[in-house]
Design a protein around this ligand. Structure first.
Ligand SMILES: NC(=O)c1ccc[n+]([C@@H]2O[C@H](COP(=O)([O-])OP(=O)(O)OC[C@H]3O[C@@H](n4cnc5c(N)ncnc54)[C@H](OP(=O)(O)O)[C@@H]3O)[C@@H](O)[C@H]2O)c1
Length: 350
């Protein structure tokens, strides 16, 4: 009996926190002037945009193409890939734009994507880790991780680590390679409580080592909060961004890593919101949310603006650097989290 009541309270509390923070972010956005970055041509540069075929990612791809960047849109729906290329070519007939299949819920798919991109491109100057799911019902990936955790965070970490040699080699004194990790303001309510952290993460490691196993990470639906899963994955992204930026800075690699909140944006990200709330959100979205094109602006700023050349380890919102809750965590906690994450990937892919 205690489990359902505690679980229900945790579920409701996570949901309330995310909606309250989302509403505060929306109010701030309404009263803030939207910044549009001034960007120059970047002919000869190559970018990879995950989730680049729709929503904010599509407008990031379009914005990059507009500045003569060769864009590889990475997505898990070939039809959407074809449609996105057609739409971009209708506006920019000479656009250098490709689609490559990438399912972040599968390490095998990520490995195939990395092989394919290496076969096609000798450099990557900009990597935008943008794809995500939000508030999806509980589901485990083929690699046995909770889906928000893998699609939003661990999959992108593996992708970035697999491309790191190429990203390092692509940076120059004039233009450091830029890794942009799309997070969210809700990372501020994500948790990395070491106890949960150990249980959540270690159980998935154990599961991998003990496979085949019939154990589920969540045995009761009330153990799972999709709101917490999304917020936690976005916190993981901010902390891992910061850790990787420090590692690359220490190595003096010509690569920068920054995280960004694109704004509260009208997109299909909200498709899993409960219908009882969705109608209100749709109404608000129509009049107050940013468009996906506006949502792309802060990402394009980090990808192309000369004013952030060599800026690394930051968290940005509306083209401005902000403080994050990362300050509440010690370097050693972030280091442990990064090492555990890397171990989890290694345990699965080796
Ligand atoms: N919208 C907002 O208000 C908001 C606020 C804060 C942060 N963000 C962040 O902004 C980013 C873009 O979100 P959005 O609003 O543009 O949402 P969206 O329209 O739903 O786009 C998400 C993208 O991720 C792709 N994706 C989902 N699962 C994938 C997988 N397993 N493998 C590869 N790609 C996958 C989707 O492809 P399919 O459509 O084919 O599934 C889609 O292209 C996300 O990181 C999101 O967390 C958005």
């Amino acid at each position: 009996m205690a489990l359902p009541i505690l679980g229900l309270l945790r579920y409701v509390w996570s949901a309330v926190k995310i909606y309250v923070l989302g509403f505060i972010a929306l109010l701030r956005q309404i009263f803030q002037k939207h910044e549009v970055p001034e960007l120059h041509l970047h002919t000869g540069k190559i970018a990879v945009v995950t989730g680049g075929t729709c929503g904010i990612g599509f407008h990031v791809s379009l914005g990059l193409v507009a500045k003569n960047v060769h864009v590889v849109m990475a997505g898990h729906d070939i039809q959407k890939g074809k449609e996105a290329i057609t739409k971009i070519r209708e506006i920019y007939p000479n656009a250098k734009v490709d689609y490559l299949h990438l399912d972040l819920a599968s390490f095998t798919s990520i490995q195939n994507f990395v092989e394919n991109i290496k076969a096609r491109c000798s450099k990557i100057h900009i990597l935008v880790n943008n794809a995500a799911i939000m508030l999806a019902p509980y589901k485990e990936t083929e690699d046995d991780f909770e889906s928000h955790f893998q699609v939003n965070y661990l999959g992108h970490l593996y992708l970035t680590q697999s491309l790191l040699g190429m990203l390092r080699a692509s940076g120059t004194e004039e233009f450091y390679t830029r890794i942009i990790n799309v997070s969210s303001i809700v990372h501020n309510i994500g948790s990395l409580d070491l106890q949960n952290f150990g249980k959540r993460y270690l159980s998935s490691i154990l599961k991998i080592h003990e496979a085949p196993s019939t154990n589920k990470m969540c045995t009761h639906w009330l153990e799972y909060s999709p709101h917490a899963a999304y917020a936690n994955s976005k916190l993981d992204i901010v902390l891992a961004s910061w850790h990787l930026s420090e590692q690359l800075r220490r190595e003096a690699s010509p690569v920068t890593v920054n995280a960004v909140h694109p704004g509260v944006v009208n997109s299909s990200l909200y498709k899993h919101v409960h219908p009882a709330i969705k109608w209100l959100m749709d109404l608000l979205a129509k009049y107050t949310y940013k468009t996906p094109s506006e949502g792309a602006d802060s990402i394009l700023y980090l990808a192309l603006s000369p004013s952030v050349e060599r800026e690394t380890g930051g968290y940005y919102d509306n083209c401005r650097k902000l403080k994050t809750c990362q300050l509440a965590y010690s370097d050693s906690v972030i280091e442990q989290m990064y090492i555990l994450s890397t171990d989890m990937i290694q345990a699965r892919v080796n």
